[in-house]
Design a protein around this ligand. Structure first.
Ligand code: FES
Length: 98
């Protein structure tokens, strides 16, 4: 199967390529998937690309955890941000499962 390349466009509304989104998520150490929209407005048009933006965000969190050397790095946010993130989680329909 042919995959996309890093230079292929993910957000068509704002012409944002995969490469830009991946490096943005890595560099900015984002706390929430919605912050991906700060990368050139990605996801703020028709919304088509949002599931991919979420995946890019999730991958950046997974990388941070995998690269962490101390236990506290496993939760890459402050206690306040962690609590706030739970509030949005509780409102969303997408629930975590083991
Ligand atoms: S394709 Fe990204 S918002 Fe429309």
């Amino acid at each position: 199967m042919e995959h996309m390349n890093l230079d292929d466009k993910i957000c068509y509304c704002y012409h944002v390529p995969l490469r830009k989104l991946v490096s943005y998520a890595r560099r900015e150490k984002l706390q929430r998937a919605s912050q991906m929209s700060q990368c050139l407005g990605a996801g703020t048009g028709c919304g088509w690309c949002i599931p991919i933006l979420k995946r890019i965000f999730d991958q950046s969190i997974a990388e941070r955890i995998a690269n962490s050397t101390v236990e506290t790095d496993m939760v890459p946010m402050t206690p306040e941000e962690y609590e706030a993130a739970r509030s949005s989680y509780l409102k969303s329909t997408d629930k975590n499962t083991f």
